[in-house]
Design a protein around this ligand. Sequence first.
Ligand code: SF4
Ligand code: SF4
Length: 300
Amino acid sequence: MKGIVSGIKRNAVHDGDGLRTTVFFKGCPLRCIWCHNPESIGFRREIGFYADKCMSCGTCTTVCADGAVRMRDDLPVTDPTRCRACFDCTAMCPGDARIGYGEVWEAAALAEKLAQDKAFFDNSGGGVTLSGGECLAQPVFARELAERLLEKGISVNVDTCGYAAKSVFEQMLPLTDTFLYDLKAIDREVHIRCTGKENDCILENLRYLTDSGAKIEIRYPYVPGWNDGECEKIGAFLAGLSVKHRIKVLGYHGLADGKYKALGLPDTLPAIEVTADDVGKAVRILHNFGLQAVNGMKDD
Ligand code: SF4
Ligand code: SF4
């Protein structure tokens, strides 16, 4: 089974126990306004163009066999109806102004590549984390990759927004060591305002995983002005589950390295700063619900 991946990060230390390799699946059903990985939103291969790095050399216009690039006012303009995202132009661009996002992998080949770091995983108690984007938005690829990693003795974590069919979680449950589960809001309307989608299935899937005995760490991205008012509701919801999960409160940062503009997407990042003290206030509220809450800007 083939799938599309926007990046692979080795030696990740914040995606579960030990040293891990994180695989960022490309494509996400949500549109979180605070997303700092916009290259992971779309499900297709795409080109990012960074105008500030362009040397106006015109190489991309001659490399492109499809005639998809023309120079206009000393800058290349790509016709999306002609571009087939072959990435030939990115390889030849002398300024790294054209970046290709999205690599198609066979699950078997990707598992082989990831297994090259098995000794590091074994020595550190780590493994591979499937992330995104939303890894469960490519459920068949995610399942085959997890199965192949498990066959090689490599543990698998799943970093998910929870927006998937229950049947997908049923299939991933026996393959997953730990679910890193995003909880952005309890209020349905707030969730829609922040992500563009309702949260019914997210809450249902979390209940299902909890009652099924899954190992879960909750991630709460704390974005003042957007979902900070959800803190008490999140605390009450989690305290009412059959297991009290550890929750990590993540501080927001508005850095996307110009990727929104490069991809031609509207920049939705809120212009706010969040400090470790801000996150600490949310952590204290969650402690009041008897939860093991940690400050993602300070603690592990
Ligand atoms: S090849 Fe790169 S540097 Fe040259 S015009 Fe194209 S984008 Fe700009
Ligand atoms: S990705 Fe391929 S088709 Fe698209 S502009 Fe570059 S060379 Fe042309």
